[in-house]
Design a protein around this ligand. Structure first.
Ligand code: CTP
Length: 411
């Protein structure tokens, strides 16, 4: 199956699978890799084989699964598999696997592979919430991230058994997208490793009554691209998502909000101790002064009452003015319809942020599109034009500029 699409220059991926019930989801991840032409060697641990057998891995990858350090010893598999890989991804990564990786233990083929890999390593954890939150796991994850390993944040939701919480394996499609992004960089970009970044995305909705709201056209695509790109570059990412109908990017902590006030609370909380905050969300400047508890009804022959509005707090200005952490980079977005650069410069000064991404909106531009065109203005007077292209490209330019500024704080 994989033979038909596989090319000799195809990226070589090692898919490690450790022993958790989510191992069955790795089959879907494997299928995505092989169908898009990657050469995949599956390295399941002995415990993983209790969940999914060797035959499944072999059939889906089109090559034998590598299970034993002591098989084909003349080919030195414990060193060769890791050395030859362009990417190692472990899904699911159990608490035990991460503990071994953090301490450099190598008692089976997968842990040996992790020690010999010189390529980017992505770990997609899955475990019960208590295990994820245990100080031992927290420290192991922090150690791995400090070393440049990309440890995706687990998703929240239903766990094995009846409990729910944080610890679910991210969706295979999301892990796949994260791996593709890492492969795109060829391991060159882990410049955000060890950083915590916060991104807001989408558009707020300000309720008028239980069925109506004031909203805007933001789809959230640019913010989601920023979050996914930062995760692929090694950052721990918190995404504050306002009404975006998009799948969660893998490895990103997603906090859902509806209104500007909820967004403000969530952003300020997440921003404590964060290295950078990027406000890509379209935050409503005004909200209805009064929320009608019941649906506002039309009355025959009576004109509707005008909707009185009040100002919402400006989250970006607040973040810039009250930096709890010196050395934090604050980035805003400006959606303008005319005189784009002049308005952008004035807004940058008014909001007090370090960078402002200015794009032209209206006439089908920016909102809901997969491409974007912008100029990134710096408080230092810099101007970085980004030609029309995928939102991921603009996201990368933003993170390049953020990383430069973070590095200069350290230096
Ligand atoms: N923003 C914010 N809080 C608000 C309004 C906007 O944090 N209440 C942020 C947005 O997330 C964005 C930036 O401010 O990063 C600019 O948003 P924009 O709507 O273009 O600017 P406004 O301040 O609303 O300016 P104006 O409407 O006058 O153009």
């Amino acid at each position: 199956m994989s033979g038909s699409t596989e090319r000799t220059d195809a990226p070589r991926v090692v898919l490690g699978v450790s022993g958790g019930i989510a191992a069955y989801k790795a089959c879907e991840l494997l299928r995505r890799f092989t169908e898009s032409g990657h050469r995949v060697t599956v390295v399941p641990t002995a415990a993983a084989l209790h969940f999914v057998g060797e035959a499944t891995w072999a059939a889906l990858s089109g090559r034998p699964a590598a299970t034993e350090t002591w098989e084909n010893v003349h080919e030195v598999p414990h060193v060769r598999i890791g050395q030859n890989a362009d990417l190692v991804v472990v899904a699911p990564a159990t608490a035990d696997l991460m503990a071994k990786a953090a301490h450099g233990l190598a008692d089976d083929l997968l842990t040996n592979t992790l020690l010999t890999a010189r390529c980017p390593v992505v770990l997609a954890p899955a475990m019960h919430t208590e295990m994820w939150e245990h100080p031992a796991t927290r420290e192991n994850v922090a150690t791995l991230r400090r070393r440049g390993v990309i440890v995706l944040e687990p998703a929240s939701g239903r766990l094995t058994g009846k409990d729910t919480g944080k610890g679910r394996l991210p969706e295979p499609s999301a892990i796949f997208d994260a791996c593709r992004a890492v492969l795109r960089y060829g391991g060159e970009r882990t410049d955000l490793a060890g950083r915590h970044v916060v991104v807001s995305a989408g558009g707020t909705r300000e309720p008028l009554d239980p069925v109506r709201y004031l909203g805007n056209r933001s789809s959230g695509k640019q913010g989601y691209a920023l979050a996914a790109t930062a995760a692929a570059r090694g950052a721990r990412v918190t995404l504050i998502s306002a009404n975006a109908a998009l799948p969660d990017p893998a490895g990103v902590d997603v906090v859902r909000v509806a209104t500007a006030l909820e967004l403000r609370d969530a952003v300020l909380k997440a921003a404590e101790g964060a290295d950078a905050v990027v406000m890509a969300a379209a935050v409503a400047d005004f909200r209805p002064a009064v929320y009608a508890a019941g649906k506002i009804k039309k009355v025959e022959g009576v004109e509707p009452a005008p909707v009185e509005l009040v100002r919402n707090p400006d989250v970006l200005a607040e973040l810039s003015a009250h930096r709890t952490r010196s050395g934090r980079v604050v980035v805003g977005f400006a959606a303008e319809t005319d005189d784009v650069l002049a308005h952008g410069r004035a807004k940058l000064a008014r909001k007090g942020c370090d960078l402002l991404v200015v794009n032209e909106v209206g006439d089908g531009k920016a909102f809901g599109q997969d491409v974007n065109e912008a100029v990134v203005l710096g408080a230092d007077g810099s101007e970085t034009p980004v030609p029309v292209g995928p939102k991921e490209v603009l996201a990368d330019v933003v993170w390049d500029l953020v990383a430069e500024r973070l590095d200069s704080f350290v230096g």
